[in-house]
Design a binder for this molecule. Structure first.
Ligand code: NOJ
Length: 972
């Protein structure tokens, strides 16, 4: 147990050679969790009863009330098992076709937690108007959608909700009759019933009969209703049973994705049915799982209850807004259908049905609900160098100097927990960090930033002002008694946790990050605006708590139990920290705050990483899948620790891991305190030079990444896109999760995650030419799908450009990304087989919010072939045509191409244009209406050829055009 580690010498213990393996005994399996056991037992009874199984829940048709605006409908629901208990059903149709389905107990003994969605949603969704509901004898129906082809139907007996399109069921709730909302009851009631039943009178007989019926559905024992033990802990369960079981069926979709975070395949393996891949359901319960497995349905640090169901015809989604522990069983009864069963410990039913019908629309629908990733600070897309720990300010300076000596770009240096005296976050240990502000300024002199860790556990000591103030303000989480302060153990020893559900904590927390003196107590004067923040351990991780976290019966603001809000908890800490970092400067700057724990909506706040991975090939490979899965659920700014947190990767592995890292939205190397130093400048040759080139490739491609982040911030489309997102109809690609596209750029990557590889197989889904980014070799795909073999020696990461793309890069090596601001661009024009191409480029100051006022540049590049066999490459402003779509968070109606930012970079040139796949040597290359340019042509395979081989390459050196102005170049 971790607490032992704390009290003894934890460094020593962690340093011991031990088999790297999860401590599974620290975490519950479904069979050790009362409500999961009950949920699965219910499913087993249904399975056994087969067609005689009938859900006891019914709608009372006489109770149906349709709102005057027609967008919502309410109805009373009853369970035949408990006729005296009332439930209320509500359906709301949003103006984009999303259907929200709510079910709650009405006038119950207690109130179910109903605020999960309000934390997750970006704002109250707009409801549709003018829906025509038809309440028939057996069902209630409404038809809606732009093409009037979506239908929602509520069957009365038993209650069932179906979302249909084109007459086909897409999503069905309670289709298998597993819906069960355990109502609040008093513990004494059961005893009374038993007493009455034991009197062998008529009344007793009746009660017994009711009990039998209930047993048929609910089981015949009160399994863990009132108290639950796990290892040495007892959960007191003051509210008794209140779990919610719900089956969600996708009758016409045979693949499901999402519900991060789990270390598993993107296309989710089965957990029930015939020979399931895992025997436990997928679990969503934010947890600090030490040395997690590379393939498992176990919980990890974050939970996003969002699932995509996909087929070649349509994609739909569900967002189950629940903040309590949730288990999800998945089975595939046929190749074309999916059964899922969601079992949550508490909370109302609040499910959003996302009708799709394409992946793109599902992303947009989910983004309208929970928001998108705010456009991050540009520097945060650079390389982050972290380790537990850089031990002193001189250590930081030396590491920075070594990067510069080796000409390796880096943007951010990180400090882990050892910077803080006794782990009292914000308080520098002056023995080792005597000059934190000067140190940060030295780092900032090269345009760089620092990220410093601030964990949520506060050391309970009166000489720590942050704790003392929180205690005085009474804003700490309370123990189960509801009085005083909950106390647990973490790095800091005896600690308490701020209750970020308490609004009184918000402004106070924000004030701690001010770099100037505060009237209201402590503020972080020993910091600068170049310090950004890392929020770790916010599941929360508590070494002596059940499952290394907070006891479920601890009390938050409003009297809610921790059990109700556990999965939301980490998001609030992250959010409030990001607000604090944003608001500490007079002109707000984009905050960077990394979180380990997250929930639906966390994407609005910032980046996440996949926690304490192991330095193994398996972990490297699964990290790619996890980043993709997070992107599916909106958490786009994601990455894994490069190098693996635990262990000492050999040089080959480290090189491959850097190749994975540069193709992750968030790119950070990190290592455990007991690992050997492994900064890239320490590598021997040839590894060092290989990693230098890899880092430089990331920096060259920053324009592509930033442009992808712009798109994500507006549309919700993931930054890294798995195959099914780009080719939704290609069934052969549904399970592919080891190669992906970067944004809409046309860059296709297949990182090598195995030892001793010299080649890689890449799947091409279409009849198109794909060019090797480095060798310009033109590969041909096929409309039936085709595997190609590409070179993948250690220095080669398989990167292809999809024919039809124009890729903007900046290829001057610099020490950090801010130093690239005025650097010229290279455009790679990868012609499609029909001789066309397009791409876009988004730029702004990368730091402030002035882009929301229109200070940005958004260009479109197009290559077209005219009938005269002329190729014309042009650049035009995209924003004037689409001002409202340019940046998220504002509704720009006009756009000034000569805005302040555009002026700042008005002299930035295109220094080179490379055209791949031209048919033949041009006769001339001119700026349209201008002089002949200097160019070189190397003959080779044309884009329109059927054959493969090195493509023809035209290099236009200094095309004499600028990045911010309209121009055209004519190749004839
Ligand atoms: C756990 C985090 O996952 C890890 O990245 C960090 O280095 C340690 N906590 C120490 O802060």
């Amino acid at each position: 147990m971790r607490s032992v580690v704390l009290f003894g010498s934890f460094y020593a213990l962690l340093a011991l050679p031990h088999a790297l393996a999860v401590k599974s005994q620290d975490f519950k399996t479904c069979s050790q969790s009362g409500f999961c056991r009950r949920g699965r037992a219910l499913a087993a009874r249904a399975q056994e009863a087969q067609s005689s199984w009938k859900s006891p829940y019914t709608v009372d048709p006489s109770s149906i009330v349709i709102s005057p605006e027609d967008s919502t409908v309410k109805a009373a629901v009853k369970s035949s098992l408990y006729p005296e208990i009332k439930f209320g059903l509500e359906l709301r149709i949003h103006d984009d076709g999303v259907v929200r389905v709510l079910l709650d107990e009405v006038d119950g003994l207690k109130k179910r937690y109903d605020e999960a969605a309000s934390w997750a949603l970006v704002s109250e969704p707009k409801l549709s108007k003018g829906i025509r509901w038809a309440a028939g004898k057996k069902e209630l129906r409404a038809v809606f959608g732009e093409k009037n082809d979506i239908e929602v139907a509520v069957d009365y007996d038993p209650l069932r909700v179906r979302l249909r399109r084109g007459g086909e069921d897409q999503i069905v709730l309670n289709g298998r009759g597993l819906l069960h909302m355990e109502h609040f009851r008093s513990q004494t009631l059961k005893e009374t019933i038993e007493e009455v039943a034991s009197d062998e009178n008529a009344e007793g007989q009746e009660v017994l009969q009711v009990e039998n019926v209930r047993a048929w559905f609910e089981g015949d024992s009160e399994d863990a209703y009132w108290e639950e033990k796990f290892s040495s802990w007892t959960d007191s369960k003051p509210k008794g049973p209140e779990s919610l079981s719900l089956d969600i069926t996708f009758p016409n979709h045979g693949t499901v994705y999402g519900i991060p975070q789990h270390a598993t395949n993107l296309s989710l393996p089965s957990t029930t049915g015939d020979s399931p891949s895992y025997t436990d359901p997928f679990r969503l319960y934010n947890a600090d799982v030490f040395e997690y497995l590379a393939s498992s349905p176990m919980s990890l640090y974050g939970s996003i209850p969002v699932m995509h169901a996909h087929s070649a015809d349509t994609t739909v989604g569900v967002f189950n807004a629940v903040g309590s522990e949730t288990w999800i069983d998945i089975s595939y009864p046929t190749k074309k259908s999916t059964h899922t069963h969601w079992i949550s410990e508490s909370g109302i039913m609040d499910v959003f049905l996302l009708p799709g019908p394409t992946p793109e629309e599902v992303f947009a629908q989910y983004a309208r609900l929970t928001g998108t990733t705010a456009l991050p600070a540009h520097w945060s897309l650079g390389y982050h160098q972290c380790r537990w720990n850089y031990v002193s300010s001189d250590d930081v300076r030396t590491v920075q100097r070594r990067f510069d000596e080796e000409d390796m770009p880096v943007d951010v240096f990180w400090l882990d927990i050892e910077y803080a005296q006794d782990h009292k976050y914000f308080i520098w240990d002056h023995k080792t960090f005597p000059d934190p502000v000067e140190m940060t300024n030295d780092v900032a002199a090269a345009g760089r930033k620092m990220v410093v860790i601030v964990d949520p556990h506060l050391k309970r000591t009166s000489d720590y002002p942050v704790y003392q103030e929180a205690s005085d303000l009474d804003i700490l989480v309370k123990p189960k008694s509801g009085e005083g302060e909950y106390e647990g153990w973490c790095w800091t020893g005896s600690s308490s946790w701020i209750d970020h559900f308490n609004p009184a904590s918000w402004d106070w927390w924000i004030s701690k990050f001010k770099t100037t003196k505060n009237d209201t107590g402590f503020s972080w004067t020993e910091s600068t605006e170049d310090i950004h923040i890392w929020n770790d351990m916010n599941e929360p991780s508590i070494f002596n708590g059940p499952e290394i976290t907070m006891p479920k019966d601890s009390i938050h603001h409003g009297g809610w139990e921790h059990r109700d809000v556990h999965n939301i908890n980490g998001m609030l800490f992250h959010n409030n920290t990001a607000q604090a970092v944003r608001l500490r400067s007079d002109i707000p700057k984009r905050p960077f705050v990394l979180t380990r724990s997250f929930f639906a909506g966390s994407q609005r706040v910032g980046a996440m990483w996949t926690g304490d991975n192991l330095g193994t090939w398996d972990h490297m490979a699964v990290g790619v899948k996890m980043v993709l899965a997070n992107g599916i659920a909106g958490m786009a700014f994601a990455g894994s620790d490069v190098g693996g947190f635990f262990g000492n990767p050999e040089p080959e592995m480290l090189v491959r891991w850097y190749q994975v890292g540069i193709f992750s939205p968030f790119f950070r190397a990190h290592a455990h305190i007991d690992t050997k130093r492994r900064e890239p400048f320490l590598l021997d040759e040839p590894y060092k030079s290989i990693v230098r080139d890899i880092l430089r490739l990331r920096y060259a491609m920053l324009p592509i990444w930033y442009t992808a982040f712009r798109e994500n911030s507006v549309t919700g489309m993931p930054i890294v896109r798995p195959h099914y997102v780009v080719f939704p109809q290609d069934t052969a690609g549904f399970a592919i999760d080891d190669q992906f596209f970067v944004g809409s750029s046309g860059i296709l990557v297949k990182p090598v995650t195995e030892k001793d590889k010299t080649e890689a197989t890449v799947y091409i889904a279409e009849d198109q030419v794909y060019y090797d980014y480095f060798t310009q070799y033109a590969y041909r795909g096929s409309s039936k799908g085709k595997h190609i073999t590409v070179a993948a020696e250690l220095h080669q990461v398989p990167v292809l450009i999809r024919g039809g793309s124009i890729i903007p890069t900046r290829e001057r090596p610099r020490r950090s990304s801010p130093l690239m601001k005025l650097d010229p661009f290279t455009l790679r024009v990868a012609l499609s087989k029909t001789g066309t191409a397009r791409g876009d480029l988004y730029l702004d100051d990368g730091v402030t919010y002035s882009h929301q006022q229109g200070d940005f540049v958004w260009r479109e590049f197009v290559a077209e072939q005219s009938h005269k066999k002329t190729t014309r490459i042009s650049s035009k402003d995209l924003a004037s045509h689409n001002p409202g779509k340019a940046v998220d968070g504002i509704a720009l109606t006009t756009f000034d191409p000569k805005n302040a930012f555009a002026k700042e970079i008005e002299e930035v040139r295109v220094e080179k244009i490379v055209v791949l796949g031209l048919n033949s040597k041009p006769r001339s290359v001119n700026v349209e209406g201008g002089a002949e340019l200097k160019w070189e042509f190397v003959p080779g395979v044309a884009a329109s050829d059927k054959k493969e081989g090195v493509s023809s390459v035209l290099i236009i050196k200094d095309p004499k055009v600028l990045i911010t102005t309209d121009w055209a170049i004519v190749i004839s």
